[in-house]
Design a protein around this ligand. Structure first.
Ligand code: F6P
Length: 502
């Protein structure tokens, strides 16, 4: 069967409502909810409130087969080229110990080097270190910011500030919160050329110098796949933590880009995060068909994207510690799968939906009106933890969880009324990811689950999830404006003139 034939078969399915699907199949929850065990804890993935059926799953399995999913997955873990436009492998799983042997060994050696530096800093080798300003952008910032915010709230070993925007307001805010005498600067950039990061890095060094720090460059830790550029920039080799070129920016949290996580929560916590991700790698590598949970989630994503025309998907974390997760997933999903041509360069049908979302319960009082009664169909992921993250009265967490589950139930059930303004159509899909407890291990697993979900969708869509040429044109034009001497369209010219830049 070809991909086209598989899509045609998928398009022939009837559209029963969620209520009908539950009524027809008493086993539905068992069939579409699975747990992944992670040592002491685990994660439940409940896809039963989506429109997936046994028949749809079978046809999606046929699509995966037509897309040569097993072979593409083998190539991913074998460290073979899966990013053909850049002729690269994508070896983020090797950073977690799952992948090509030589890459796993190389990653292990680099991790040892990182561990020694992290532990030395904790032991005072660089003097008293109370703060870390981590400058980086995109994949060099979103993962560390999310992980530190999620895992490093209680008594962090070092107070971490992740600064990404070139808008100086962001860096000034970090300066306000840090004492220059006890601050290290992490410069995180795969390429070590990104203008925002290098501008922030220079200003951070100036801030140290202006505040009496003798050797500002001696306070820099470079996290990069281009160590030679960091050396040129003046960083001593002992404070450069390299990672492999075959690790993509948005997949790099597990490399030295995760340095602020290790510094903030400690080495053990960082390793637990990798272990949790590795557990998902093994699951994704070894389990076939619909029981493979990232693949199952990708089936659902493609169902809503291609067969129900959903242009967006929303993620609501019912956990304050995961408030940065939607932003992280936006880069992971939209930079990976926001493509318009297939691997062979042919026009593609719809690819990544727009990922958006927020934190529950806040979002209920802001955007859920549209989700319940608006005209868009938006598949939703709810994410929550059974154990609370707070020490307050148990009522807080109880209300949080009941609201989370109530939203999924309400979206699905709806409610009819003679008054159209007060009626809810229902039949609106959601999935729920419920972790026993949000700790480094479950956190790592959660992120790796999404990485593989994105890859699985890309394989079935026949697109390359590992390049991002779409971000280049704007950068090139900004450079030309900086360089001067070039003319642009009248609107841009007028704006440049008015603002006095360019
Ligand atoms: O803007 C695109 C991008 O290349 C992202 O993919 C990447 O995460 C980010 O820029 C930062 O790049 P670097 O780590 O090389 O500074």
């Amino acid at each position: 069967m070809t991909r086209d034939e598989a899509w045609k078969a998928l398009a022939l399915h009837p559209d029963p409502t969620l209520a009908e699907l539950f009524a027809e199949d008493p086993q539905r929850v068992e069939k579409l909810s699975s747990r992944i065990e992670l040592g002491e804890t685990g994660i439940r993935f409940d896809w039963s409130k989506t429109h997936l059926t046994d028949e749809l799953l079978a046809d999606f399995e046929a699509l995966a087969e037509a897309a040569d999913f097993d072979e593409m997955r083998r190539r991913l873990f074998a460290g073979e080229v899966v990013n053909p436009t850049e002729n690269r492998a994508a070896e983020h799983s090797a950073l977690r110990g799952v992948g090509r042997e030589a890459s796993v060994e190389e990653a292990e050696a680099l991790r040892q080097r990182m561990m020694l530096l992290v532990n030395a800093i904790h032991d005072g080798a660089l003097g008293e270190v109370k703060h870390l300003i981590h400058v980086g952008i995109g994949g060099s910032a979103l993962g560390p910011a999310l992980a530190v915010d999620a895992l490093g709230r209680d008594d962090p070993l070092v107070d971490v500030h992740v600064v990404s925007n070139v808008d100086g307001v962001a860096l000034e805010e970090a300066f306000e919160a840090c004492d220059p005498r006890t601050t290290l600067i992490a410069v995180a950039s795969k390429t070590f050329t990104t203008i925002e990061t290098m501008t922030n890095a220079r200003s951070a060094l100036k801030w140290l110098a202006d505040n009496g720090v003798d050797d500002p460059t001696g306070r820099v830790i470079a996290l990069t796949a281009s160590p030679e550029k960091a050396v040129e920039w003046g960083v001593d080799e002992t404070r450069i933590l390299p990672f492999s070129e075959s690790v993509g920016g948005r997949y790099s949290l597990w490399s030295s880009i995760g340095f602020p996580v290790a510094l903030g929560i400690g080495w053990e916590g960082f390793e637990q995060m990798l272990d949790g991700a590795a557990r998902i790698d093994q699951h994704f590598r070894d389990v076939d068909g619909r029981d493979n949970l990232p693949l199952r989630a990708a089936f659902s994503d493609l169902y809503y994207l291609r067969l129900r025309g959903c242009q967006t998907r929303a993620v609501f974390a019912y956990d304050e510690r995961l408030r940065l997760l939607p932003g992280y997933l936006q880069q992971l999903e939209m930079e990976s799968n926001g493509k318009r041509v297939t691997v062979d360069g042919e026009p593609s049908g719809p690819t990544a939906p727009i990922t958006w979302g927020g934190v529950g319960t806040d979002a209920q009082h802001a955007v859920f009106q549209l989700l319940h009664q608006g005209t868009h169909l938006v598949p939703i992921d709810f994410i929550a933890s059974i154990e609370p993250g707070d020490m307050l009265d148990a009522a807080h967490h109880h209300i949080l969880l009941t609201n989370c589950f109530a939203q999924g139930a309400a979206l699905m059930a709806g409610q009819s009324s003679d008054d159209p303004h007060r009626s809810y159509p229902g039949n609106r899909p959601s999935a729920t990811i419920l972790v026993d407890d949000l700790d480094p291990e479950t956190f790592g697993a959660l992120i790796a689950f999404h990485e593989h979900r994105v890859f699985a969708a890309a394989v079935m869509l026949d697109i390359n999830p590992f390049d991002q040429f779409g971000v280049e044109l704007g950068k090139a034009i900004a450079k030309k404006i900086e360089g001067g001497g070039e003319r642009f369209d009248p609107s841009t010219e007028a704006l440049l003139k008015e603002a006095g830049v360019g």
